[in-house]
Design a protein around this ligand. Structure first.
Ligand code: AMP
Ligand code: GLY
Length: 423
C-alpha cells in the first residue's frame, strides 16, 4: 500500500517507525514529518493544516490510505476530505473529532450514553462562572471547552483558585475561542491511566493501558504540559478493570456516537481516573496520545498497517493484536521554560549514540536540521523510549539513553514510571 501520514511530532515518528516495518507498506510519505522520520518515511513539506495541498499530493501519488496523527487537522475536517477524495482514511471525520475538540459535546455524549464521568457545569459568561465556583465548598477542574494543546485544564483544590484561570480563559482569551466556553468539574481522586482503543465504529479493540505524566515537574508538580513521559503496562489496570472500561465506557460511547452522527473510526483515546467508585472519564481524544503512542508502538508486535486498514475498511473484527510482554518507558526531553516560553535552535548531540542502544528508540518531536546539525524546534524535543523485562528495567535503560543526549537547558522528569513501582 502507498501510505501517507499527517503530522510531525513524536507520536507521528513512532507511527511512521512502526508503519514502515509493515510488509504492506510499499511507500510511506510524512507531511510535514520531522528529521527523525526521514529514516523511515519520505518527508514532504506540506503543512498538516493545508487540506487542499495534502489531498492534491496524495491524489498525484496514488496514495491508498491516509493516517492522520494530530487533532487539529481531524477537527478541521481532513478526514472528510480524504474520504471524499476516495482514499482510505485512518482517523475520524470532523463530526467524530468533536469528542475532543468540544468538551461540552463530549459531556453531552457521555450523558446520553450514561458513561461515568465527573459532574460538570458549562459556562459562557465569566461572572456566572465565578459566582458558581465561589458558592462551592469544594475545588474544581477548570477546562477550556476547545482545543488547547493539553494545557487547557487547571486543577483548583480551593474554589477561589478558579477565579484567575476563568478570567484568563474567558475574558483575556489565552486560548482564543477555545476558552470562551468553560467547563467546571468536580475533582476526582484516584489513579489515572490512558486506554486507547481502535474502532471502526462498530467493533472495538482496546489496546494495552498506559500512564501519562502531564505536569512538568517530578512528583506531578507545576503546570500541565502535553505529556512529559509515559509507560506501559499499568499495574493498576488489570484484565478485569479493562473489561469494565470496555463495558462501561468504550461500548456505550462508540454506540452513542454512531446514533448521533454515524461511525467513529480510528483511535479513541480515553483519559480515565480509577476512583473508589470505578473508572470515570476525564477526557476523550480523537487520536493516539503523545507521548503514549511512543511506548505503545514499542510494545506492538503485530502489523500496524494491517490494523489501520482493517479500521478504515470496517473489518476490525478480523484483527487480533499481539503485544510484547516486556514493559516500555518513554522519557520526554523538553526545552527549558516549556510549557511557557522556551528557546529554539539549540544544538542537540548524542541522539545517534542513544538510538544505537539495544531496545531503545529516540523519537523526534520538536527538532529541525540546520546546517547539517540537529537543533531544537519545539517545547517537547525528543521522546527517549526503551523496552525492558519490567518497568524498572525499561526505566533504567531509558534514563541511561537520556544521559547520552545533550542540549542547552534540557529538562526532563526523573520519575517516569515510578508510580508503577510504588516509589
Ligand atoms: P485533561 O486534559 O482533561 O485530561 O486534563 C488534564 C489533567 O488534569 C488530567 O490528566 C488530570 O490529571 C487532571 N484532571 C482533569 N479533570 C480532572 C478532574 N475532574 N478531577 C481531577 N483531576 C482532573
Ligand atoms: N498525552 C496526552 C495527550 O496526548 O492528549
Amino acid at each position: 500500500m502507498k501510505l501517507m501520514l499527517i503530522g510531525g511530532g513524536g507520536r507521528e515518528h513512532a507511527l511512521a517507525w512502526k508503519m514502515a516495518q509493515s510488509p504492506l507498506c510499499e511507500r510511506l510519505w510524512a507531511a510535514p514529518g520531522n528529521p527523525g522520520m526521514t529514516a523511515c518515511a519520505e518527508c514532504v513539506d506540506i503543512s498538516a493544516d493545508d487540506t487542499e495541498g495534502l489531498i492534491r499530493f496524495a491524489g498525484e501519488q496514488g496514495v491508498d490510505m491516509v493516517v492522520i496523527g494530530p487533532e487539529d487537522p481531524l477537527a478541521a475536517g481532513l478526514g472528510d476530505a480524504v474520504r471524499e477524495a476516495g482514499m482510505l482514511c485512518f482517523g475520524p471525520t470532523a463530526a467524530g473529532a468533536r469528542i475532543e475538540a468540544d468538551k461540552a459535546y463530549a459531556k453531552e455524549i457521555m450523558r446520553a450514553a450514561a458513561v461515568p464521568t465527573a459532574e460538570t457545569r458549562i459556562f459562557t459568561d465569566l461572572e456566572t462562572a465565578k459566582a458558581y465556583v465561589l458558592s462551592r465548598e469544594h475545588g474544581v477542574a477548570v477546562k477550556a471547552a476547545g482545543l488547547a494543546r493539553g494545557k487547557g485544564v487547571v486543577i483548583c483544590p480551593e474554589p477561589y483558585q478558579a477565579v484567575r484561570p476563568l478570567e484568563r480563559m474567558m475574558s483575556e482569551g489565552v486560548f482564543g475561542e477555545a476558552g470562551k466556553k468553560v467547563l467546571l468539574e468536580e475533582l476526582l481522586t484516584g489513579q489515572e491511566a490512558t486506554v486507547l482503543a481502535l474502532t471502526d465504529g462498530k467493533s472495538i479493540y482496546p489496546m494495552e493501558p498506559l500512564q501519562d505524566h502531564k505536569p512538568i515537574g517530578d512528583g506531578d508538580t507545576g503546570p500541565n504540559t502535553g505529556g512529559m513521559g509515559a509507560y506501559s503496562p499499568v499495574p493498576v489496570v488489570d484484565r478485569q478493570t479493562m473489561d469494565r472500561v470496555e463495558r462501561e465506557v468504550l461500548v456505550p460511547v462508540v454506540d452513542a456516537m454512531r446514533r448521533d452522527f454515524g461511525r467513529y473510526e480510528g483511535v479513541l483515546y480515553c483519559g480515565l481516573m480509577f476512583t473508589a467508585a470505578g473508572p470515570k472519564v476525564l477526557e476523550f481524544n480523537c487520536r493516539f496520545g503523545d507521548p503514549e503512542c511512543q511506548p505503545l508502538m514499542m510494545r506492538l508486535k503485530s502489523d500496524l498497517v494491517e490494523a489501520m486498514a482493517a479500521v478504515a475498511e470496517h473489518r476490525l473484527g478480523d484483527v487480533t493484536l499481539e503485544w510484547d510482554r516486556r514493559a516500555s518507558v518513554c522519557v520526554v526531553l523538553a526545552s527549558g521554560g516549556y510549557p511557557d516560553e522556551y528557546r529554539k535552535g539549540l544544538e542537540i548531540t548524542g541522539v545517534d549514540e542513544a538510538d544505537a542502544m539495544d531496545d531503545v528508540q529516540v523519537f523526534h518531536a520538536g527538532t529541525a536540521e540546520r546546517g547539517g546539525k540537529l537543533v531544537t524546534a519545539g517545547g517537547r524535543v525528543l521522546g527517549v523510549t526503551a523496552l525492558g523485562d519490567d518497568i524498572a528495567a525499561a526505566r533504567e535503560r531509558a534514563y541511561a539513553a537520556v544521559e547520552k543526549i545533550h542540549f542547552e537547558g534540557c529538562v526532563y522528569r526523573t520519575d517516569i514510571g515510578a508510580k508503577a513501582l510504588g516509589d
